[in-house]
Design a protein. Structure first.
Length: 93
């Protein structure tokens, strides 16, 4: 089962983890969550062009002022469907 993007879940997780400091580039405090997941591709070969294969799903947060983008590992912020199902539902029931 796959996990679909949920903006409110991402924002709640970021706030819950205290990820609300000002922008590292300009110091402003206004951010935008970019809709959807992106991915950092992984390789053990420095010269490889990676298409497909393993990767780390990420959520991108952009400063509303200067546009600096900060990646966050998605699996640290959202639960996968398999994890939700193991717990017996979203509320642990």
């Amino acid at each position: 089962m796959s996990k679909k993007y949920n903006r409110e879940e991402v924002i709640k997780a970021l706030e819950g983890k205290g990820a609300n400091l000002p922008c590292h580039r300009c110091g402003r405090e206004s951010f935008t969550v970019i809709d959807g997941f992106s991915r950092y591709h992984l390789s053990d070969d420095l010269d490889a062009n990676v298409l497909g294969g393993q990767g780390v799903p990420i959520v991108l947060i952009a400063c509303s002022n200067c546009g600096a983008i900060t990646p966050h590992a998605a699996l640290a912020l959202v639960k996968r469907e398999q994890e939700i199902n193991k717990e017996g539902g979203e509320n642990g029931k």
